[in-house]
Design a binder for this molecule. Sequence first.
Ligand code: HEM
Length: 461
Amino acid sequence: MFFESFVLNITVILVLIVALTFDYVTKFFSYWYIRHIPNKTPIPFFGTDYFRIFGIRSNTDQVNALYSQYPKEKFVGSIKSRIPDLIVKDPDAVKTILSTDFVDFHCRGLALDKSQDVCLRNNLFYAEGEKWTLLREGLKSVLSNLKCDSEASLHDCLSGTNGDTNVQQLLSKVLDGIFKDLLLDESSDGRVISDMRSTVQKRTFVDRFKTYLKHIFPSLYVMFGLVTMPGKLSSKTKHELEKSKLAEIIKEGSVFQLGLKEKNRSLSDVDFAFAVLSTFITEGYVPCHNLLTAILYDLAKNQQVQKKVRESNEEYLDAVIKESLRLHPPYSVVSRQCMKMYQYPESDLVIDKKITVNVPVEAMHRDEKYYKDPKSYAPERFLAETSPTHSFAYLPFGAGPRKCLGEQLSMQISRTVTRAILKRYQLEVCDRTPKELTLADHGFGRAVDRDIWLRFKPISY
Ligand code: HEM
């Protein structure tokens, strides 16, 4: 008798646990259906996101696939594990989210600002609320105080280059020099920069796993106290940072630093300078490196365009940079989190607080609705005022109050480096040049996923 009732009780408890678990994991599965937003059929525990969770598709590939699967829709829904997530395809709706109704979408919702990693915690990209306002003002003033004058170090980096060259290695040398001149003291050997960027660019299995966790399960990344940058600074790094141009500018911008210190009492000046430097590397150096790789690759494959850049003015060079940014944007998806229940203007779509909204930058850049012959490389399109057909269909730097802070610096670096290289070299493809330039997700951005080799033929005048 006792045994029977015991078995019965256990069975009832088990059924209850299974039912509650099932209810928990499928609670939001009808979320998009009842809102008449198209979405794929979700599976318990994985939602519609199974390709991404199992690493079969990257986040970008997943967003791009959904974008093209529903060509006529303005919005496409998905379920990430169990939580609804929205892709906004319509440029007018994108404008509303990123710009007009920014107050309702001012966070990225990545939940990484509580990380134990001092660099992540003080990185403007992840910051939220008042900390975001203070950091943004501070970084804006840092950027306005920086002078990018790298002709001399560019000359040193490029001299000796001849023949088939690994473009990424050459660009690392060039950008190490540029960011050193920009941020560190003249006497510095620049090791802080090169060590930091090689840490960020590392692609070992452990690094990929950490990046995967940071992207797919950020709360686990925070919970396990994972870090990308080393927590303890060596005495040499400390010394280099203390005398850096960056530290000097930060000291002068005391208002925002005082505000931040109030919120983060254990943060020393040198730790803060380290965190700002890390923002420059992860958000600035890395995308510039990828963009420059793409520009040089595109120019080597298009000799007519290369010739025209040498002969024309700045406007044409800018069009070349914009076209490489269109075809290979270093950030393929820009996200925002909904801060309160929100109704899209002139529609009956209502979304709840905490829903993540994704802007499919790369997919829009390749949509024939906005670009004539979108797959072809044609910088001239940016000389015509009618291309793209909607300004919010071109977003390599995002848009609105949370737009990239380094757009001007990136354009300046891209112009200087491209001009310096084209002045000295004819770029050509060689046997080791891949047929296509492919990018893979790396963190929240994209990175060229293999070595790019090009032939650098010195020009004699
Ligand atoms: C080719 C180069 C670059 C590209 C394509 C790029 C692109 C972007 C994009 C798409 C965003 C997100 C914008 C949004 O959410 O609306 C962003 C944010 C940001 N970028 Fe850049 N970026 C580049 C270079 C730089 C540089 C040189 C810096 C200098 C420090 C920088 C600093 C930042 C920061 C701090 C943010 C976060 C802004 C915030 O959340 O308020 N970026 N960038």
